[in-house]
Design a protein around this ligand. Sequence first.
Ligand code: AHM
Ligand code: MG
Length: 331
Amino acid sequence: MSKIITIERFILENQPINARGEFTNLLYDIALAAKIIAHKTNRAGLTDILGRAGAVNIQGEQQQKLDVFADEVIFRVCDHTGRLCVMASEENEALLHIPNEYEKGSYVLVYDPLDGSSNIDVNVSIGTIFGIYRCKDWSQRGRLEDVLQPGRDLVGSGYVLYGSSTMLVYSTGQGVHGFTLDPELGEFLLSHKQMKLPNPPAYFSINHAYYPRWSPAVQKYVQWLQSGNEGKTPLSSRYIGSLVADFHRNLLRGGVFCYPSEVNQPRGKIRLVYEAAPLAFLIEQAGGYASDGFGSILNIEPTELHQRVPLFIGNRRLVEKAEYFIQMENK
Ligand code: AHM
Ligand code: MG
Protein backbone atom coordinates (compact mmCIF):
# COMPACT_ATOMS: atom_id res chain seq x y z
CA MET A 1 0.00 0.00 0.00
CA SER A 2 1.39 3.46 -0.86
CA LYS A 3 1.60 6.22 1.77
CA ILE A 4 -1.72 7.82 2.72
CA ILE A 5 -1.26 11.56 3.24
CA THR A 6 -4.09 13.93 4.15
CA ILE A 7 -4.09 17.50 2.91
CA GLU A 8 -3.65 18.71 6.49
CA ARG A 9 -0.49 16.68 6.97
CA PHE A 10 0.89 17.63 3.56
CA ILE A 11 0.34 21.36 4.10
CA LEU A 12 1.84 21.20 7.58
CA GLU A 13 4.92 19.27 6.45
CA ASN A 14 5.51 21.70 3.61
CA GLN A 15 5.15 24.97 5.52
CA PRO A 16 8.38 26.94 6.15
CA ILE A 17 10.04 26.13 9.50
CA ASN A 18 9.50 29.63 10.89
CA ALA A 19 5.87 29.90 9.68
CA ARG A 20 3.25 30.98 12.24
CA GLY A 21 0.66 28.68 10.69
CA GLU A 22 -1.69 31.47 9.64
CA PHE A 23 -1.36 30.69 5.95
CA THR A 24 -1.45 26.94 6.55
CA ASN A 25 -4.67 27.33 8.52
CA LEU A 26 -6.17 29.45 5.76
CA LEU A 27 -5.58 26.56 3.35
CA TYR A 28 -7.34 24.20 5.80
CA ASP A 29 -10.26 26.65 5.92
CA ILE A 30 -10.54 26.56 2.15
CA ALA A 31 -10.40 22.74 2.19
CA LEU A 32 -13.23 22.73 4.74
CA ALA A 33 -15.34 25.08 2.61
CA ALA A 34 -14.65 22.82 -0.39
CA LYS A 35 -15.97 19.79 1.51
CA ILE A 36 -19.16 21.62 2.45
CA ILE A 37 -19.69 22.77 -1.14
CA ALA A 38 -18.90 19.30 -2.51
CA HIS A 39 -21.46 17.75 -0.17
CA LYS A 40 -24.14 20.18 -1.33
CA THR A 41 -23.13 19.84 -4.99
CA ASN A 42 -23.45 16.05 -4.84
CA ARG A 43 -26.99 16.45 -3.54
CA ALA A 44 -27.93 19.14 -6.05
CA GLY A 45 -30.49 17.04 -7.92
CA LEU A 46 -32.01 15.71 -4.69
CA THR A 47 -32.24 19.17 -3.17
CA ASP A 48 -34.20 20.14 -6.22
CA ILE A 49 -36.64 17.25 -5.78
CA LEU A 50 -37.00 17.87 -2.03
CA GLY A 51 -37.43 21.56 -2.62
CA ARG A 52 -39.93 21.29 -5.43
CA ALA A 53 -43.04 21.58 -3.23
CA GLY A 54 -42.75 25.27 -2.55
CA ALA A 55 -38.95 25.52 -2.85
CA VAL A 56 -38.60 25.39 0.94
CA ASN A 57 -36.37 22.75 2.52
CA ILE A 58 -36.93 20.60 5.61
CA GLN A 59 -35.52 23.28 7.92
CA GLY A 60 -38.00 25.75 6.50
CA GLU A 61 -35.28 27.65 4.64
CA GLN A 62 -35.68 28.90 1.10
CA GLN A 63 -33.76 26.78 -1.42
CA GLN A 64 -30.66 28.62 -2.46
CA LYS A 65 -28.91 28.67 -5.75
CA LEU A 66 -25.71 26.63 -5.47
CA ASP A 67 -23.43 29.48 -6.49
CA VAL A 68 -24.90 31.78 -3.84
CA PHE A 69 -24.59 28.96 -1.30
CA ALA A 70 -20.92 28.37 -2.20
CA ASP A 71 -20.21 32.08 -1.95
CA GLU A 72 -21.66 32.28 1.55
CA VAL A 73 -19.92 29.11 2.73
CA ILE A 74 -16.48 30.41 1.79
CA PHE A 75 -17.18 33.78 3.39
CA ARG A 76 -18.59 32.27 6.61
CA VAL A 77 -15.76 29.75 6.96
CA CYS A 78 -13.14 32.50 6.57
CA ASP A 79 -14.61 35.71 8.02
CA HIS A 80 -14.03 35.09 11.75
CA THR A 81 -10.65 33.34 11.81
CA GLY A 82 -8.43 36.41 12.10
CA ARG A 83 -6.42 35.29 9.09
CA LEU A 84 -7.83 37.65 6.43
CA CYS A 85 -8.00 41.41 6.06
CA VAL A 86 -10.47 41.36 3.15
CA MET A 87 -12.11 39.06 0.59
CA ALA A 88 -13.54 39.49 -2.90
CA SER A 89 -15.78 37.15 -4.86
CA GLU A 90 -17.30 36.94 -8.31
CA GLU A 91 -20.74 36.88 -6.70
CA ASN A 92 -20.35 40.28 -5.02
CA GLU A 93 -20.02 43.63 -6.71
CA ALA A 94 -18.18 45.17 -3.75
CA LEU A 95 -15.33 44.02 -1.51
CA LEU A 96 -16.19 41.59 1.28
CA HIS A 97 -14.98 43.20 4.48
CA ILE A 98 -14.21 41.27 7.64
CA PRO A 99 -16.99 42.11 10.10
CA ASN A 100 -15.83 44.60 12.75
CA GLU A 101 -16.44 42.18 15.63
CA TYR A 102 -13.67 39.90 14.32
CA GLU A 103 -9.93 40.40 14.27
CA LYS A 104 -8.31 41.01 10.94
CA GLY A 105 -5.35 39.06 9.59
CA SER A 106 -2.63 39.56 7.05
CA TYR A 107 -3.97 37.74 3.99
CA VAL A 108 -6.38 38.55 1.18
CA LEU A 109 -8.66 35.92 -0.36
CA VAL A 110 -10.13 36.28 -3.86
CA TYR A 111 -12.45 33.60 -5.18
CA ASP A 112 -14.95 32.48 -7.75
CA PRO A 113 -17.18 30.32 -5.54
CA LEU A 114 -18.75 28.18 -8.26
CA ASP A 115 -17.48 28.71 -11.75
CA GLY A 116 -19.21 27.30 -14.82
CA SER A 117 -22.66 28.32 -13.65
CA SER A 118 -24.34 27.26 -16.90
CA ASN A 119 -23.29 23.68 -16.06
CA ILE A 120 -24.76 23.56 -12.55
CA ASP A 121 -28.28 22.59 -13.55
CA VAL A 122 -27.20 19.97 -16.08
CA ASN A 123 -24.97 17.90 -13.79
CA VAL A 124 -21.71 18.79 -15.52
CA SER A 125 -18.46 19.49 -13.64
CA ILE A 126 -18.08 22.87 -11.97
CA GLY A 127 -15.38 24.35 -9.77
CA THR A 128 -14.17 26.87 -7.21
CA ILE A 129 -11.11 29.03 -7.94
CA PHE A 130 -9.15 30.90 -5.26
CA GLY A 131 -6.11 33.12 -4.89
CA ILE A 132 -4.30 34.36 -1.78
CA TYR A 133 -2.31 37.60 -1.49
CA ARG A 134 -0.60 39.36 1.39
CA CYS A 135 -2.40 42.41 2.72
CA LYS A 136 -0.53 45.52 1.53
CA ASP A 137 -1.00 47.67 4.62
CA TRP A 138 -1.30 45.85 7.92
CA SER A 139 -2.66 48.89 9.71
CA GLN A 140 -5.80 48.93 7.51
CA ARG A 141 -8.81 46.61 7.53
CA GLY A 142 -8.50 45.74 3.86
CA ARG A 143 -8.96 47.98 0.86
CA LEU A 144 -9.41 47.67 -2.89
CA GLU A 145 -5.66 47.97 -3.47
CA ASP A 146 -5.17 44.79 -1.43
CA VAL A 147 -7.27 42.92 -3.96
CA LEU A 148 -5.98 44.64 -7.11
CA GLN A 149 -2.56 43.04 -7.00
CA PRO A 150 -0.85 41.43 -10.01
CA GLY A 151 -0.92 37.63 -10.10
CA ARG A 152 2.88 37.66 -9.78
CA ASP A 153 2.36 38.62 -6.10
CA LEU A 154 0.09 35.68 -5.27
CA VAL A 155 1.37 33.62 -2.34
CA GLY A 156 -0.88 30.73 -3.22
CA SER A 157 -3.76 29.71 -5.44
CA GLY A 158 -5.81 26.71 -6.37
CA TYR A 159 -9.08 25.26 -7.44
CA VAL A 160 -11.60 22.66 -6.43
CA LEU A 161 -13.15 20.52 -9.13
CA TYR A 162 -16.55 19.01 -8.39
CA GLY A 163 -16.44 16.23 -10.98
CA SER A 164 -16.73 12.44 -10.95
CA SER A 165 -14.74 12.92 -7.75
CA THR A 166 -13.93 16.13 -5.90
CA MET A 167 -10.35 17.32 -6.21
CA LEU A 168 -8.49 20.20 -4.61
CA VAL A 169 -5.39 21.32 -6.49
CA TYR A 170 -3.16 24.08 -5.11
CA SER A 171 0.24 25.67 -5.23
CA THR A 172 2.12 27.87 -2.80
CA GLY A 173 4.97 28.37 -5.24
CA GLN A 174 6.60 24.98 -4.68
CA GLY A 175 4.93 22.97 -7.40
CA VAL A 176 1.32 21.96 -7.91
CA HIS A 177 -0.27 19.24 -5.79
CA GLY A 178 -3.64 17.53 -6.16
CA PHE A 179 -5.83 15.90 -3.49
CA THR A 180 -8.89 13.74 -4.01
CA LEU A 181 -11.75 13.82 -1.53
CA ASP A 182 -12.58 10.46 0.02
CA PRO A 183 -16.28 11.02 0.66
CA GLU A 184 -16.47 8.24 3.29
CA LEU A 185 -13.60 9.67 5.35
CA GLY A 186 -14.36 13.30 4.55
CA GLU A 187 -10.64 13.84 3.92
CA PHE A 188 -8.71 15.16 0.96
CA LEU A 189 -5.92 12.62 0.28
CA LEU A 190 -2.78 13.33 -1.72
CA SER A 191 -3.34 11.78 -5.15
CA HIS A 192 -1.25 13.92 -7.55
CA LYS A 193 2.12 15.10 -6.21
CA GLN A 194 4.15 17.65 -8.23
CA MET A 195 1.83 17.89 -11.23
CA LYS A 196 3.60 18.89 -14.45
CA LEU A 197 2.10 19.56 -17.86
CA PRO A 198 2.90 16.56 -20.08
CA ASN A 199 4.46 16.85 -23.51
CA PRO A 200 3.34 16.49 -26.22
CA PRO A 201 0.04 18.17 -25.37
CA ALA A 202 -3.18 16.44 -26.36
CA TYR A 203 -5.98 19.02 -26.40
CA PHE A 204 -7.09 22.53 -27.17
CA SER A 205 -10.22 23.99 -25.60
CA ILE A 206 -12.14 26.89 -27.10
CA ASN A 207 -15.79 27.65 -27.81
CA HIS A 208 -15.76 27.06 -31.56
CA ALA A 209 -19.24 28.56 -31.99
CA TYR A 210 -17.61 31.99 -31.67
CA TYR A 211 -15.31 31.45 -34.67
CA PRO A 212 -16.90 34.26 -36.73
CA ARG A 213 -16.34 36.71 -33.86
CA TRP A 214 -12.59 36.04 -33.46
CA SER A 215 -9.90 38.16 -35.04
CA PRO A 216 -8.18 36.64 -38.12
CA ALA A 217 -5.13 36.04 -35.87
CA VAL A 218 -7.11 33.83 -33.47
CA GLN A 219 -8.76 32.04 -36.38
CA LYS A 220 -5.33 31.28 -37.86
CA TYR A 221 -4.04 30.20 -34.45
CA VAL A 222 -6.88 27.70 -33.99
CA GLN A 223 -6.17 26.31 -37.46
CA TRP A 224 -2.53 25.95 -36.43
CA LEU A 225 -3.53 24.08 -33.25
CA GLN A 226 -5.45 21.58 -35.38
CA SER A 227 -2.65 21.18 -37.89
CA GLY A 228 0.48 19.04 -37.87
CA ASN A 229 2.62 22.06 -38.78
CA GLU A 230 6.11 22.60 -37.35
CA GLY A 231 6.44 19.00 -36.23
CA LYS A 232 3.53 19.34 -33.84
CA THR A 233 1.02 16.53 -33.34
CA PRO A 234 -2.45 17.87 -34.33
CA LEU A 235 -4.39 18.57 -31.16
CA SER A 236 -7.81 17.18 -30.49
CA SER A 237 -10.60 19.49 -29.28
CA ARG A 238 -12.31 19.25 -25.88
CA TYR A 239 -14.56 21.96 -24.43
CA ILE A 240 -16.72 21.57 -21.34
CA GLY A 241 -17.52 25.24 -20.80
CA SER A 242 -16.35 25.04 -17.16
CA LEU A 243 -12.99 26.72 -16.86
CA VAL A 244 -11.86 24.58 -13.90
CA ALA A 245 -12.79 21.32 -15.62
CA ASP A 246 -11.21 22.33 -18.94
CA PHE A 247 -8.10 23.57 -17.13
CA HIS A 248 -7.81 20.40 -15.05
CA ARG A 249 -8.08 18.07 -18.04
CA ASN A 250 -5.48 20.07 -19.93
CA LEU A 251 -3.19 20.08 -16.89
CA LEU A 252 -3.32 16.28 -16.78
CA ARG A 253 -3.16 15.64 -20.53
CA GLY A 254 -1.38 18.74 -21.82
CA GLY A 255 -3.00 21.39 -23.96
CA VAL A 256 -4.26 24.95 -24.10
CA PHE A 257 -7.49 26.63 -23.00
CA CYS A 258 -8.42 29.79 -24.90
CA TYR A 259 -11.04 32.44 -24.28
CA PRO A 260 -9.91 35.17 -26.66
CA SER A 261 -11.26 38.66 -27.21
CA GLU A 262 -14.15 38.84 -29.62
CA VAL A 263 -15.58 41.55 -31.84
CA ASN A 264 -18.40 42.24 -29.38
CA GLN A 265 -16.34 41.37 -26.25
CA PRO A 266 -12.90 42.92 -26.74
CA ARG A 267 -11.76 41.99 -23.23
CA GLY A 268 -13.01 38.40 -23.48
CA LYS A 269 -15.11 36.82 -20.73
CA ILE A 270 -12.82 35.41 -18.06
CA ARG A 271 -12.26 37.57 -14.97
CA LEU A 272 -8.67 38.56 -14.23
CA VAL A 273 -8.56 38.74 -10.44
CA TYR A 274 -10.24 35.53 -9.27
CA GLU A 275 -10.19 33.33 -12.40
CA ALA A 276 -7.28 34.03 -14.76
CA ALA A 277 -4.57 35.12 -12.30
CA PRO A 278 -4.90 32.21 -9.81
CA LEU A 279 -4.88 29.68 -12.66
CA ALA A 280 -1.96 31.48 -14.33
CA PHE A 281 0.01 31.10 -11.08
CA LEU A 282 -0.77 27.37 -11.03
CA ILE A 283 0.09 26.76 -14.68
CA GLU A 284 3.52 28.41 -14.30
CA GLN A 285 4.16 26.15 -11.32
CA ALA A 286 3.24 23.18 -13.55
CA GLY A 287 5.73 24.30 -16.22
CA GLY A 288 3.23 26.18 -18.42
CA TYR A 289 2.31 29.75 -19.22
CA ALA A 290 -0.74 32.04 -19.37
CA SER A 291 -1.11 35.10 -21.57
CA ASP A 292 -3.68 37.64 -22.71
CA GLY A 293 -2.14 37.40 -26.18
CA PHE A 294 0.40 40.15 -25.48
CA GLY A 295 2.19 39.09 -22.32
CA SER A 296 1.96 37.18 -19.07
CA ILE A 297 -1.34 37.29 -17.20
CA LEU A 298 0.72 37.40 -14.01
CA ASN A 299 2.18 40.80 -14.92
CA ILE A 300 -1.17 42.56 -15.41
CA GLU A 301 -1.96 45.13 -12.70
CA PRO A 302 -5.74 44.96 -12.25
CA THR A 303 -7.60 48.26 -12.21
CA GLU A 304 -11.09 46.92 -11.43
CA LEU A 305 -12.24 44.07 -9.25
CA HIS A 306 -14.36 42.37 -11.90
CA GLN A 307 -12.30 43.20 -14.97
CA ARG A 308 -12.18 40.70 -17.81
CA VAL A 309 -9.16 39.51 -19.74
CA PRO A 310 -8.53 37.41 -22.87
CA LEU A 311 -6.97 34.14 -21.76
CA PHE A 312 -4.63 31.59 -23.36
CA ILE A 313 -3.37 29.11 -20.75
CA GLY A 314 -1.53 25.80 -20.93
CA ASN A 315 1.66 24.40 -22.42
CA ARG A 316 4.11 27.25 -22.94
CA ARG A 317 4.83 26.59 -26.60
CA LEU A 318 1.13 26.60 -27.47
CA VAL A 319 0.47 29.84 -25.57
CA GLU A 320 3.50 31.59 -27.06
CA LYS A 321 2.21 30.67 -30.51
CA ALA A 322 -1.04 32.51 -29.74
CA GLU A 323 1.04 35.55 -28.78
CA TYR A 324 2.93 35.24 -32.05
CA PHE A 325 -0.23 35.29 -34.22
CA ILE A 326 -1.84 38.10 -32.22
CA GLN A 327 1.25 40.27 -32.11
CA MET A 328 1.90 39.81 -35.85
CA GLU A 329 -1.61 41.09 -36.50
CA ASN A 330 -1.15 44.09 -34.21
CA LYS A 331 2.25 45.17 -35.56
P1 AHM B 1 -19.24 32.08 -15.03
O1 AHM B 1 -18.21 32.72 -14.18
O2 AHM B 1 -20.45 32.93 -15.23
O3 AHM B 1 -19.57 30.68 -14.61
O4 AHM B 1 -18.59 32.01 -16.52
C1 AHM B 1 -17.31 31.54 -16.70
C2 AHM B 1 -17.39 30.30 -17.53
C3 AHM B 1 -16.11 29.53 -17.54
O5 AHM B 1 -16.11 28.51 -16.59
C4 AHM B 1 -16.10 28.93 -18.92
O6 AHM B 1 -14.81 28.67 -19.34
C5 AHM B 1 -16.79 29.98 -19.73
O7 AHM B 1 -17.62 30.69 -18.86
C6 AHM B 1 -17.65 29.39 -20.81
O8 AHM B 1 -18.22 30.42 -21.56
P2 AHM B 1 -18.97 30.16 -22.94
O9 AHM B 1 -20.24 29.49 -22.60
O10 AHM B 1 -19.14 31.52 -23.53
O11 AHM B 1 -18.06 29.30 -23.79
MG1 MG C 1 -16.73 32.42 -13.00
